[in-house]
Write a protein that binds this ligand. Structure first.
Ligand code: GTP
Ligand code: MG
Length: 241
């Protein structure tokens, strides 16, 4: 039986965190094949997110006291994860927790598969407006171009991956662009990346923390930077052979 660590970054999500944790219990706790640990990483919440999460039995709540941001909160959560497989999902109830088992399955069945992404292109999204939909389409297109990899939704925050992708690499991203670093490191380690269709709901309350005009350019810079690192790694691997 594998232990799977579910890491949930949360900042000011008092309206939705309880729904997310209830669904974790509903869909994950009765899994006969795997066991799960649920880790909520709060940083900078000024509302009751922390207190609400702490009241839920069996949930570990940690505080990120370092630089605030989704990326650094995730790194903090990954460091305290005990499972060999990590699932990351958002605290706004947009990701379908019932899809976690499908997300994890290819990682268990296939040793070459290092990461599975829940694709909104394949599963649909209630959160997409023109800017968000086009932005995501464009950035995933850049990903395909720079990394030569067929993905439909590189940047979705609903992912599962083998923990060595975290353990064997250093992470610098403090905010949302950690998505790019994770994929790039998985590819550098020679892992395959799969996708499953996953529908994104509208966030169930609270406010969105990502902004297309701020985080879009950061994503693009990170894709370019990481693709250069990836190419260098491939060339140096070839030279060593
Ligand atoms: N701990 C922590 N969590 C954060 C921070 N910023 C965002 N989050 C969490 O990251 C998740 C995604 O943030 P959203 O505001 O929903 O943004 P989004 O564009 O839907 O994000 P993605 O689906 O991940 O691309 C939510 O669970 C947020 O609470 C932060 O600074 N610290
Ligand atoms: Mg969201």
């Amino acid at each position: 039986m594998k232990l799977i660590s579910v890491v949930i970054p949360a900042r000011n999500e008092e309206e939705t965190i309880n729904k997310v944790l209830s669904d974790c219990k509903k869909y994950l706790k009765n899994d006969k094949n795997h066991s799960y640990e649920i880790i909520v990483v709060d940083d900078g919440s000024t509302d009751k997110t922390n207190q609400i999460a702490k009241k839920v039995n069996g949930v570990k709540v940690i505080k990120n006291t370092g630089v605030h941001g989704k990326g650094s909160a995730l790194v903090k959560g990954f460091s305290s994860a005990k499972g060999d497989i990590i699932v990351m999902l958002d605290a706004d109830y947009s990701h379908k927790i019932e899809d976690v088992k499908k997300l994890v399955e290819p990682l268990i069945k296939n040793k070459n598969c290092g990461m599975v992404i829940g694709s909104r292109m394949l599963g649909g999204s209630d959160e997409y407006n023109i800017v968000r939909g086009f932005g995501n389409y464009f950035l995933t297109g850049c990903f395909r171009l720079f990394f030569w990899i067929k993905l439909t939704d590189a940047l979705n925050g609903f992912k599962a991956f083998k923990k060595d992708i975290f353990l064997e690499n250093k992470y610098k991203s403090k905010t949302f662009e950690i998505e790019v670093e994770l994929i790039s490191n998985a590819l550098k380690m020679g892992y395959k990346i799969s996708e499953i269709p996953s529908h994104e709901r509208k966030r169930a309350g609270g406010e969105m923390k990502s902004f297309a005009l701020i985080h879009g350019p950061k994503f693009l810079m990170k894709i370019i930077e990481e693709s250069i690192r990836y190419r260098f790694k491939k060339i140096s691997d070839k030279v060593k052979k």
